[in-house]
Design a protein around this ligand. Structure first.
Ligand code: C2E
Ligand code: CA
Ligand code: CA
Ligand code: CA
Length: 279
């Protein structure tokens, strides 16, 4: 069966299979998710890399979207983000996520960093720079506390426009990091062309530390390369003390992963952000 769904136009065929029908329903449910208050943000700590958990200090959080549908229950972002991208809904959703993350961070007694993921569609549709600017003004968040995570590949489609966009974002005072470095099309020229402040080493390399000697070599090389280009390095998916120790020893600037803390509703981190708990 052939059926295509692009934006709001859907082509039906009688033999359209169940999977595609399910998708259509999911699209519709997702389109009202924001209105119904079903979306929320979880926050995962990012810490300076000490050699142990105790000597690693939390310096900020990455905001991660969560969708809780009353019927379906919890839908993971790996399912609904691609869906939102495909339907164009990600533009509206991304705006909600950015505003919510900035509003939340602005309310913390401690001036910690907040990192927000951007989707490719947010670069193409609407004026992203104007949006970031107005959300910063609206929420009162200091621009230096906001970091935008961008996956590699997004900017390459229109190279000149990509470079200009990053420059304009940085001119607002926010930082930009290249997410999932090493997982896709990353090349050295890419790093050289785009003025990123930070490289996020993909979880896959961290996961393979200890199993695969090449991972250690790659991580070492990326840290050296990034530092040589004045970028800071964060490693994601840090789950063990061994991984943390290795990364700290190699001079990785910061770390994120279950070892340091899972993504949770922000009230679970009240103490960290400097708010009194009420339990
Ligand atoms: P990502 O940006 O690479 O986010 C990191 C993912 O790794 C998160 O998955 C996080 O929960 C998970 N993670 C963190 N530490 C560990 C660890 O130690 N071990 C393991 N196994 N996993 C760890 P999550 O929250 O399921 O998000 C998946 C992806 O969905 C994100 O990958 C990102 O690409 C996308 N996503 C999530 N929230 C947003 C959002 O607000 N906007 C956009 N555009 N994309 C989002
Ligand atoms: Ca990310
Ligand atoms: Ca990532
Ligand atoms: Ca990822």
């Amino acid at each position: 069966a052939k059926a295509k769904s692009r934006g709001s136009i859907t082509f039906y065929e009688p033999e359209m299979d169940q999977q595609i029908r399910d998708r259509r329903v999911l699209h519709q449910e997702l389109s009202v998710a924001i209105k119904h208050g079903e979306l929320s943000l979880y926050f995962q700590p990012q810490a300076s890399s000490g050699h142990t958990v105790d000597s690693s200090e939390i310096i900020g959080f990455e905001a991660l979207a969560r969708w809780h549908n009353p019927v379906r229950g919890f839908v993971p972002p790996s399912d609904f983000i691609p869906l939102a991208e495909e339907s164009g809904m990600i533009v509206e959703m991304g705006e909600w996520i950015l505003r919510e993350a900035c509003r939340e961070a602005a309310s913390w007694p401690k001036p910690l960093q907040v990192a927000v993921n951007l989707s490719p569609a947010q670069f193409v549709h609407g004026d992203l720079v104007a949006l970031v600017h107005s959300i910063l003004l609206e929420t009162g968040l200091a621009p230096g506390r906001l970091e935008l995570e961008i996956t590699e590949g997004v900017l390459i489609e229109d190279f000149d426009r990509g470079v200009a966009l990053l420059r304009r974002l940085k001119a607002l005072g926010v930082r930009v990091s290249m997410d999932d470095f090493g997982s896709g099309y990353s090349s050295l020229s890419y790093l050289q062309a785009f003025p990123f402040d930070k490289i996020k080493i993909d979880r896959a390399f961290v996961m393979n530390l200890g199993r695969n000697p090449q991972s250690a070599a790659i991580i070492r090389a990326v840290i050296g390369l990034g530092h040589g280009m004045n970028m800071s390095i964060v490693a994601e998916g840090v789950e063990t003390q061994e991984q943390l120790g290795f990364l700290a020893e190699q001079g990785c600037d910061s770390v994120q992963g279950y070892l340091l803390g899972k993504p949770l509703p922000i009230d679970k981190y009240d103490g960290v952000v400097g708010r009194a708990h009420d339990d």
